[in-house]
Design a protein around this ligand. Structure first.
Ligand code: F6R
Length: 266
């Protein structure tokens, strides 16, 4: 796993956006896996800026989002459909037909989930998956004790995740307890995983993920077994890492060919 420590979330978002820009320019038909929540907002703003000011072209891009709440409509202000429209898709030239987000209103959850997996395969697999991390180490909505080889399926959120996500809902409104999420195994098949984490509150999860033992108690640790994971954090989120001097040394002394991105385009 490559660990990149940046002084601020803005600086981290710029590094992440350059990696995605490089992928899109080299592979205009790239398949991106996308996340919601507070973490990727700066990245999406930077991608929008690159689209507007540098002509970054999303017209050939296909996207698959990690997750969606079960039982709320795509128009609901806290739905991940709305989140993605408002924070990225409305501002770039992506084709609506190329956007995939789990359908939280499906009448047949298992069938929908199997179909989502098939759509990912049909698109050629995910080139780069954007990820955030929960305070407890969840990725997507694969909560602690999720199978590390799980596929897209329904999950029940923990009290902690429900409380953390209450901020996206109106006062007094109940956060849905169920979600459809890509599995850890689905995420692991992305050719590159790009994980972002900011703030001291994420420090322990980041340290567990990068340096702790691989365990279903912290599903993000599965990424230690992934061939190309890039973890970009700000200084507070790096505060519990033990090997920061080494990570900084590696980043500052990269061979030129690795400076923008290290992954081959398939
Ligand atoms: C969102 C997702 C979640 C979040 C995680 C962190 O699509 O899959 O794993 O990335 O809960 O959320 P924030 O970024 O709001 O701290």
């Amino acid at each position: 796993m490559e660990v990149i420590i940046q002084p601020s979330p803005v600086a981290a978002a710029k590094v992440a956006a350059r990696i995605i820009e490089d992928l899109i320019r080299r592979k205009p038909s790239a398949v991106l896996g996308l996340a919601t929540g507070g973490t990727p907002l700066g990245l999406y703003q930077e991608l929008i800026r690159l689209h507007r000011e540098k002509g970054l072209d999303f017209s050939g891009i296909t996207t698959f989002n990690l997750d969606e709440y079960v039982g709320i409509s795509p128009e609901h202000p806290a739905s991940y459909h709305r989140f993605m429209q408002e924070n990225l898709f409305d501002h770039v030239n992506i084709l609506p037909g190329n956007i995939h987000i789990p359908d939280g209103n499906t009448k047949d959850v298992p069938r929908f989930c199997a179909g989502y997996e098939e759509q990912i395969l049909k698109a050629g697999g995910i080139d780069l998956q954007v990820l955030g991390i929960g305070h407890d180490g969840h990725v997507g909505f694969n909560e602690s004790t999720s199978s590390l080889v799980s596929r897209t399926r329904i999950k029940t959120l923990t009290e902690q995740t429900i409380a953390a996500n209450q901020r996206f809902f109106s006062e007094g409104e109940t956060v849905p307890h169920h979600v459809i999420t890509m599995g850890v195994g689905t995420i692991m098949e992305a050719r590159t995983c790009l994980m972002l984490a900011f703030g001291e509150g994420k420090g322990q999860a980041v340290a567990d993920m990068a340096e702790g033992p691989v365990t279903a108690m912290c599903p993000a640790t599965a990424l230690q077994m992934h061939r190309q994971t890039i973890l970009i954090v700000d200084t507070p989120a790096a505060s519990r890492l033990k090997r920061t001097a080494y990570y900084n040394h590696v980043y500052l002394n990269k061979p030129d060919f690795q400076k923008v991105s290290a992954f081959p385009v398939v």
